[in-house]
Design a protein around this ligand. Structure first.
Ligand code: 13P
Length: 248
């Protein structure tokens, strides 16, 4: 297992173009990163190209929040994986729970996006997580296993391409109700076993859901939690710096 720690910032739709640029500039100027930290920011599609340019000479990568699986054509409003790659992206979030639940993205669509990301040489960050209702009905493991199986069965994972999964329980996202770290570690272990059984590749698994400067350390101490995918607390330089400091 790698000793690297992953610190991914999903800016969602919190920042407009000029706010994204201002935050990217602040990161480029202020942040010095130890070598074991892998950092990426996921700005809005509109800001991505400029943010990628601003961060070009820094160790911070960029990623797309969503991709479409067809390269080009009459798909009004969509942006393909290749287009994101050309705009400077290294990563792409795929199947974020806000995509699955607000925009009704299915497991099948998520799979198509995983394949499109790989074909465009992006590293997909495959997001999985159960709703509160699924957890209360004892369907947590079943839900996660279905999402993982659909994303990875019969896939030929390219050699030397990282396989990154984010475990983001839906009930923990944006609620201030973070998942208990012991439970998060249990879920990460389960996901790891399943991914290895399906692909033969040891995944990097990130935790996401109400990560804050005050609780981030509790996640990082666990052997199967390789980092965090942060929403609200990543869209502001003070809280992001405080989170980065926990990784030093
Ligand atoms: P919050 O950190 O705002 O709960 O969001 C988590 C998330 O959805 C990251 O992708």
């Amino acid at each position: 297992m790698s000793d690297k720690k992953y610190l991914f910032a999903n800016w969602k739709m919190y920042l407009d173009h000029s706010e994204s640029e201002a935050l990217a500039l602040a990161l480029a100027k202020k942040l010095t990163l130890p070598e074991h930290i892998v950092m990426a920011v996921f700005p809005s599609a509109l800001a991505l190209s400029d943010v990628s340019k601003t961060l070009k000479d820094t160790p911070i990568s960029t990623g797309a929040q969503n991709i479409y699986w067809i390269d080009k054509g009459g798909y009004t409003g969509e942006i393909s994986a290749h287009m994101y790659k050309a705009a400077g992206c290294t990563y792409a979030l795929v199947g974020h729970s806000e995509r699955r639940h607000i925009f009704n993205e299915t497991n099948h669509e998520v799979r198509q996006k995983v394949e499109a990301a790989l074909a465009a040489s992006l590293v997909p960050v495959i997001c999985v997580g159960e709703t509160e209702h699924e957890r209360q009905s004892n369907k947590t493991e079943e839900t996660i296993e279905t999402q993982i199986r659909s994303a990875f069965h019969n896939i030929a994972w390219p050699e030397n391409k990282e396989l990154i999964v984010a475990y983001e329980p839906v009930w923990a996202i944006g609620t201030g109700q973070a998942c208990d770290p012991v439970e998060a570690e249990r879920m990460h272990e389960l996901i790891k076993k399943q991914v290895i059984a399906l692909t033969g590749v040891t995944p990097v698994i990130l935790y996401g859901g109400s990560v804050r400067p005050e609780n981030v350390q509790q996640y990082l101490n666990n052997p199967n939690i390789s980092g965090v995918l942060v929403g609200a607390a990543s869209a502001n330089i003070e809280s992001w710096e405080a989170i980065v400091d926990s990784f030093r």
